[in-house]
Ligand binder design. Structure first.
Ligand code: ADP
Length: 479
């Protein structure tokens, strides 16, 4: 099968979160099953600079305000292909892919990602060179117009699949843009792109795609409810038969404690003692007391309400009181950043906070911390708990979405890989932290839990097979 993946992020070119990890790794999982995959990304500076020696495969004289080219990025022989839309007037902005330097969204995000979708449509319909797919797989609202454009084109087209990585981000733009976006007036309807009086990009994708997926079975159920549906619950419940939850894999080469260039010396489940060195180095690096008699919790997260970071901030005094340490890496909402900075100031040696984005430190935190806290209010899949499992950094997670699909509470006698607690409540998080400390102090039992997590198959093979089934179902439906 030939598969075109369309997304706004993909590791290693551009990443703000889990979407990039998935788009970066899924193509190889599909290629390993014998499928031919090409990914289409916006040509942000980080994408183009990472790829000198690109080949120009197509050009547009005018694409939403300026000329554009489609580039094929150089990739290793036999590796999945990558195409980038080089449109400097839309994507030639350094920094965050969606936000201005002042943290606000770019005013023209609607046109930037419509441009991505137009290029995807032209390639997918074989009108332009690039790649002739059997299936187009669109990810999140930035690619939401792709299934809409293809369906509204009216002619023969490849099958379409839309994946939701986080329903909280929906991409809504003014109704008056309809014509400029090349959408027919008839599409501005509940049975179309209309969403609460605006044009909803994710809504459009969810309405027009042949098949839908999201990133865990539990989240697939949650988003069909009034609460979890965030305005789209009715539509999703109506398309229940077309919706599948597939837990993300992880890139087991990027994330491998036995061969991670950011984690020296390497270790595995038989050399767990090596983690003590990583812990001591991490404590020293972060200005924490270098002590092996205190459990070290870590957090690698966006600092937002979704991630339950306010719940965690309120739990800091109890965590310190329980004689534990916390190392937090993240960035996000200003009050939370300030709150965690203050917590670090108030508890020197026990709480360390790094505001920012640091891929290498995120690996060192997984290798050197005893446990990773993921107190999300909702979590479509979550990746950091999976990296935790792989690195022997025991996940302590809220009972929501993909977290419950990937972590088994210690209470399940012979299967426990972590600790689970009720989301959104500081008292429950504090209980979980105390329970975790208790388990950690039991040595042997803790190591059994670590080894169980490390023994899990977290790679992409299973998820890739599940996506292929969805692609086949989409093709059958498309006729
Ligand atoms: P989300 O996509 O909702 O932010 P996920 O858990 O699915 O959450 O994915 C987050 C990804 O981003 C993980 O790979 C995680 O390690 C990474 N990450 C998040 N914050 C940071 C940070 N401050 N520095 C480095 N990596 C980070």
């Amino acid at each position: 099968m030939r598969i075109l993946i369309v997304a706004s992020e993909g590791f290693p070119y551009v990443k703000t979160g889990g979407l990039a990890d998935v788009v970066g790794a899924l193509p190889r999982g599909l290629a390993d099953l014998g499928h031919e995959v090409t990914t289409l990304l916006p040509g942000y500076p980080s994408v183009l600079h990472a790829s000198p020696g690109s080949e120009v495969v197509d050009g547009y004289l005018e694409l939403y305000g300026g000329p554009a080219r489609v580039l094929r990025l150089p990739t290793a022989a036999g590796a999945p292909g990558v195409l980038a839309v080089d449109a400097p007037h839309l994507f030639g902005r350094p920094g965050h892919p969606y936000l201005r330097p002042d943290g606000r969204e770019w005013d023209d995000n609607g046109f930037r990602f419509a441009a991505l979708a137009v290029v995807a449509r032209e390639i997918a319909l074989g009108r332009r060179p690039g790649f002739a797919p059997d299936v187009v797989h669109a990810h999140d609202w930035q690619a939401g117009l792709v299934p809409a454009y293809l369906a509204l084109d009216g002619g023969p087209r490849p099958a379409t699949v839309m994946t939701v990585h986080n329903l909280a981000f929906q991409g809504q733009f003014p109704a008056v843009w309809l014509g400029a976006l090349g959408l027919p007036a008839t599409a501005f309807a509940v049975a179309g792109v209309e969403y609460y009086g605006a044009i909803g990009y994710l809504k459009a994708g969810l309405y027009y795609a042949d098949k839908l997926t999201t990133v865990s079975p539990t989240y697939a159920r949650e988003i069909q409810t009034a609460d979890g549906g965030m305005g789209l619950g009715g539509l999703l419940a109506g398309r229940s038969a077309d919706l599948t939850g597939i837990v993300n894999g992880i890139d087991t080469e990027q994330w491998d404690p036995a061969a991670d260039p950011m984690v020296e010396p390497p270790y595995d489940a038989d050399r767990l003692a090596v983690r003590a060195q990583h812990k001591a180095a991490l404590q020293a690096e972060l200005g924490l007391e270098v002590r092996d008699d205190l459990p070290l919790f870590c957090v690698v997260s966006r600092l937002t309400w979704q991630k339950g970071m306010d719940v965690l901030l309120a739990a800091v005094p109890a965590l310190v009181e329980a004689r534990a340490q916390l190392a937090l890496l993240g960035s996000g909402d200003a009050p939370l950043e300030a709150g965690f900075r203050a917590a670090a100031d108030n508890h020197p040696g026990r709480i360390a906070v790094r505001i920012g984005y640091d891929e290498a430190l995120s690996h060192r935190l997984q290798a050197g911390s005893d446990a990773i806290l993921v107190p999300s209010r909702f979590e479509p899949c979550g990746l950091t708990q999976l990296y935790g499992l792989r690195y022997g950094c025991v996940p302590v997670v809220a009972a929501t979405g993909g977290l419950v699909d990937t972590v088994v509470d210690d209470a399940a006698a012979d299967r426990g890989t972590g600790v689970i607690f009720e989301p959104g409540r500081t008292d429950r998080l504090v209980d979980a932290i105390r329970r975790t400390i208790d388990l950690w102090r039991q040595g042997e039992r803790w190591q059994t839990m670590q080894r169980r997590g490390m023994a899990q198959d977290l790679g992409w093979a299973q998820a890739a097979r599940a996506y292929v089934e969805v692609y086949e179902a989409a093709r059958a439906k498309n006729g």
